[in-house]
Ligand binder design. Structure first.
Ligand code: FMN
Length: 199
């Protein structure tokens, strides 16, 4: 049963226009918060965008930042505009966008960089576990979702545009809705022998 759930979940990138009810969203976010976390400090934070204006606002701000960075890279302007348009469509075309962040406010504090980095990594790991809960919960409820990494590349833009607390570190966008595709049917996985050492 659990194996079926794990193996049948796919990243879903196209959604019907139907909205997702608030009580369903609450259940998904609650599922996320039952993830394990380092010291049980629950560093995950979520900004939920349902409103078209909010999504447009974020999409345009992120698109502008993408255009700026890619222009600095010296990329072909036509390809840049194609990718910006893709990015806009992705955010504006998702019924729900959840910006997943982490906060270090309750995590342990160290004086040295090495342990501070380890602590930050623990917050990242904990937050990723929360997202996995959310993705699996969405799947079991017949919804489709996809993790998008873009906010990592424009964290300040995301914070400023959505007026998030300055100590929230954007980690990902989760786009969510009723699926309008099945996802990739045969997503490959490395074999156990490639990823495991039996000692
Ligand atoms: C950290 C992380 C970042 C990802 N970033 C993106 C992304 O930016 N855009 C996207 O379409 N999918 C993204 N994905 C989804 C992966 O492409 C997807 O999980 C992978 O191809 C396996 O497919 P499956 O989820 O259908 O099993 C990301 C997944 C993870 C865990």
């Amino acid at each position: 049963m659990i194996e079926n759930v794990l193996k049948s979940r796919r990243s879903i990138r196209r959604y019907l226009t139907d909205s997702v009810k608030d009580d369903v969203l609450h259940k998904l976010l609650e599922a996320a918060t039952w993830a394990p976390s380092a010291h049980n400090k629950q560093p995950w934070r979520f900004a939920v965008l349902q409103d078209a204006f909010q999504k447009e606002n974020l999409a345009h701000a992120m698109g502008n930042k993408l255009r700026f960075d890619r222009t600095n890279d010296g990329d072909d302007p036509e390809i840049i505009e194609r990718d910006v348009a893709k990015s806009l469509k992705l955010i504006e075309g998702s019924p729900i966008v959840i910006v997943v962040c982490l906060s270090m406010s309750d995590m342990d504090v160290y004086v040295d960089e090495h342990r501070s980095n380890a602590e930050f990594l623990m917050a990242v790991q904990s937050t990723a576990m929360a997202v996995q809960n959310l993705l699996l919960a969405a799947h079991t409820m017949g919804l489709g979702a996809c993790w998008r990494c873009a906010p990592l590349f424009c964290a300040e833009t995301v914070i400023d545009t959505l007026k998030l607390p300055q100590n929230w570190h954007p980690q990902a966008l989760v786009t969510l809705g009723h699926p309008d595709e099945d996802g990739k049917t045969t997503p490959s996985r490395l074999s156990l022998s490639e990823v495991t050492k039996w000692l």
